[in-house]
Design a protein around this ligand. Sequence first.
Ligand code: ZN
Length: 100
Amino acid sequence: MKQKRGKRITKLHEEWPYCSYCDIKTTLDLGYIHTAVVDHVKPLSQGGDRFHTNEVLCCNKCNADKSDTKLIIWLWQRGDPDQRPPPIAQDNVMQLDLAL
Ligand SMILES: [Zn+2]
């Protein structure tokens, strides 16, 4: 049995059903790794708000993986280890994150 989803996720899904992070096509059906969820780009636990400007549609998998990690750090962490910047650049990423 399909469960009715909220208005916000339904609207986002109608506009663009693809995950904002990995581009997989999401579904409104519950229980899949590609189930559509709303992610707060700046995590609520770190001062992010519930305004639409802080919300994107993403898949369950990316949402669980990102969790309450700041976006810039998560994107860097999930990158190919061979493509990571040298340590001095990593410091810059951390400083940039502190500034956001
Ligand atoms: Zn995803």
